[in-house]
Design a protein around this ligand. Structure first.
Ligand SMILES: [Zn+2]
Length: 372
């Protein structure tokens, strides 16, 4: 029962967060910040040399799945007219519409149950928790699907947006498909790095690299999509580490505020008196979720400031020392984050200890450099 539900869910895929509706023109229209990957795939389509298996390597939420589905659209569009390039689609035929809406019977997207639940494509009422991994039964089903004659007479495409969730048994089942590629079948695996997929699998795939989206681009996209003020969008973009998917998630939506709060906190650590810091700890302790986000943002901010200081630190000893201290504060913040999640942890005590130590590091430095 669960397997059938999971299989049904694979056929319906929510539009990836970076997508725009598919219209006439390049199949890769609306794909932002992935010119290199798009160029490789356009050339493959142009020379009729589409590989039977690709490994899209790059962070989550930068458009890997969208590009995979657009590649499928280019292969499956039935409304192409003479003069159109092989990477172009008509945008108006049934195949284009079905691929775009994630409903094409020859495009199979294989994701773990938990991901299908998250996307809202799988209702869950089992006693057990939905699996975080791709199950071997799912891969076998996928193999059978690829062996079947294409519904619409063209290519059959399988996309695994979370190929890093293949455990050994499932990966081995998939390997069989890769060892005996069928004509006009395409397999696209997406993974955050090459090492996330078994060597036997990745050696049979052509690798295409996807980049994190530049902060500026991400910020502009957020301004367009979420009507955020640019400054705030930029803060969210920083927190999202180049991933549009992350930037659009709830946690990152608060990141603009969190980032500002982390800036104020760091400034406090460099200026405030111990008693001011202790009352701050009391206030921070009250909302543990917000505290966790804030501590993480502080770690990242301190690290960023340290990194920014690197060029000057080569010639300026004081800058080098400050950079090192900021990196230590970042490490302390990450340690604090770990301590806060421990059951029975005394949040207040840990928080106070961290803040006083960070203060001593940063203010000790400021005072000594002013005296010298
Ligand atoms: Zn079409």
């Amino acid at each position: 029962m669960a397997a059938r539900k999971a299989a049904a869910a694979e056929e319906v895929v929510a539009r990836p967060e970076t997508g725009t509706a598919l219209g006439r023109g390049s199949a890769f229209q609306g794909v932002e910040g992935q010119a290199g990957a798009v160029r490789i795939l356009q050339a493959a389509l142009g020379h009729d040399r589409v590989s039977h298996a690709y490994l899209f390597v790059g962070p989550h939420g930068v458009g890997r799945e969208l590009v995979a589905r657009r590649l499928a659209a280019a292969l499956l569009c039935t409304g192409r007219t003479p003069g159109m390039a092989p990477h172009e689609v008509c945008g108006g035929c049934g195949a284009c519409a079905r691929v775009d809406r994630g409903l094409h019977p020859d495009v199979h997207v294989c994701i773990p149950e938990a991901e299908a639940v998250r996307r809202g494509t799988l209702a869950w009422d089992e006693d057990r928790k939905p699996s975080q991994d791709i199950k071997v039964e799912q891969v076998r089903q996928l193999r059978d699907d690829l062996r079947m004659t294409a519904f619409e007479g063209g290519w059959r495409v399988a996309i695994l947006p979370l190929a890093e969730r293949l455990r050994v048994e499932a990966a081995n089942a998939l390997l069989k498909t890769l060892e005996e590629p069928l004509p006009r079948s395409l397999l696209v695996l997406c993974a955050p790095d090459r090492g996330a997929v078994l060597e036997t699998l990745r050696s049979r795939c052509q690798r295409v690299a996807f980049s994190p989206l530049p902060e500026e681009l991400l910020a502009r996209l957020l301004v367009a999509r979420r009507a955020l003020p640019f400054e705030q969008a930029l803060a969210v973009a920083r927190e999202a580490e180049g991933s549009m998917g992350r930037a659009l998630l709830g946690e990152a939506a608060e990141a603009g505020e969190t980032w500002e709060a982390a800036g104020a906190w760091l400034a406090d650590l460099e200026r405030a008196t111990p008693s001011e810091l202790l009352s701050r700890a009391e206030a921070l302790e009250k909302d543990r979720d917000a505290l966790d986000r804030l501590v993480r943002a502080l770690a990242r901010l301190a690290l960023r400031r340290a990194e920014e200081a690197v060029p000057a630190a080569r010639t300026d000893g004081a800058v080098a020392l400050r950079a090192r201290l900021l990196a230590e504060v970042a490490a302390g913040a990450l340690e604090l984050r770990g301590e806060l999640t421990r059951p029975g942890a005394n949040a207040r005590l840990n928080l106070e200890r961290f803040m006083l130590r960070a203060r001593a590091q940063l203010q000790g430095f400021t005072n000594s450099s002013m005296n010298s």
